[in-house]
Design a protein around this ligand. Structure first.
Ligand code: URA
Length: 188
């Protein structure tokens, strides 16, 4: 099982930090029949303490955004590319993305979401490359709120590229921009 494998993932650069602090890996949470999968970046401290994705300040913003578009949190699946908390919530490294990416790939194959909504530039970069959309990659300042049609092994899917909810944690004025981008999800 994915959780068991990650628990003993000693080759991860984040393994020592997790065990030292008695943190949990954050595998993902939600509806296994979900049409929409959200992919964030990496767990923060609250998430690592509980093992649940988006349960801290960024999670509160995500809840607000889901509410805004009338999508119940219980109807979607929420995960991250990197499954362990990076120290000081720094950006994930390319090695960390390489180590944890295959687990996300397996989650996608298992859950077969029709829509993958990426939160932030790291998830966007990983998912767009994975689904052969490299040529359409733009800085997130341009890509936010856009959607792309592509193919997964199990059929046609749409990728929606969204800003990370932490944008509104750092600056609450950004909530309106995030809300507008989330409205893209209503098309699916
Ligand atoms: N930020 C993320 O990218 N993921 C979480 O689970 C929490 C905060």
């Amino acid at each position: 099982m994915i959780r068991d494998e990650i628990l003993v993932l000693k080759e991860s650069p984040l393994y020592g930090f997790r065990t030292e602090h008695k943190y949990f890996p954050v595998i993902g949470e939600g509806n296994h029949e979900a049409k929409i999968m959200f992919v964030g970046e990496a767990p923060g401290q609250n998430e690592a303490k509980t093992g649940r994705p988006f349960c801290g300040a960024a999670g509160k913003v995500l809840d607000k955004l889901l509410d805004h578009v009338g999508i119940p949190r219980a109807s979607v699946y929420i995960t991250n590319i990197v499954k362990d908390r990076p120290p000081e919530n720094r950006d994930p490294t390319s090695l960390e993305i390489e180590v944890y990416g295959p687990f996300l790939d397996r989650q996608i194959e298992i859950l077969q979401p029709k829509v993958i909504a990426t939160l932030g530039r790291y998830a966007m970069g990983y998912i767009m490359k994975k689904f052969d959309l490299d040529l359409e990659l733009e800085p997130i300042s341009k890509a936010h709120g856009k959607s792309y049609k592509t193919k997964a092994s199990y059929g046609d899917i749409d990728i929606v590229t969204l800003y990370h909810p932490c944008m509104a944690v750092y600056n609450p004025n950004n909530i309106d921009l995030l809300k507008k981008d989330f409205e893209t999800l209503k098309n699916f």
